[in-house]
Design a protein around this ligand. Structure first.
Ligand SMILES: [Ca+2]
Length: 135
């Protein structure tokens, strides 16, 4: 009987673990940005939230390189669709500003996505509501 309970416990724990790894197909989410030539050396701050529960899944940051590119890899978490919010701290003050100095964007991510490449063109596509997720 004890052996059977042990086997059931292991099976249950495995199922729970597998469920927790469903996000991004059980791997990681690879994010890439290009076109940030005017923001070399600035930090990109990222928040990933579960869409249905508005829960924080991950926070991360990366720095824009000399070619205007940035990349980041976020490990898998709980399942479900997610929203990616990010801003480029254009004035390097560590605060998400809505005065035109920072780039404020969001992306919708399906639960099975493994990567997203984003191209920056101009500040005109900014969404000031993104600041609500950082400040
Ligand atoms: Ca700023």
């Amino acid at each position: 009987m004890k052996k059977m309970l042990l086997v059931l416990s292991i099976c249950f724990a495995t199922i729970l673990t597998m469920g927790a790894c469903d996000l991004f197909g059980g791997s990681s989410l690879d994010l890439k940005w290009t076109g940030f030539d005017d923001f070399e050396g600035s930090t990109v701050y990222v928040v990933l939230k579960n869409t249905s529960e508005n829960e924080l899944v991950a926070e991360a940051e990366t720095v824009i390189d000399a070619d205007g590119n940035a990349s980041l890899s976020i490990a898998g978490g709980s399942g479900g669709a997610n929203m990616l919010y990010y801003y480029v701290d254009g004035n390097d003050n560590g605060v998400c500003d809505t005065n035109g100095s920072d780039v404020l964007r969001w992306e919708t991510l399906s639960e099975d996505i493994v990567g997203r490449s984003m191209q920056y063109f101009s500040l005109t596509d900014d969404d000031p509501a993104v600041a609500d997720h950082f400040n």
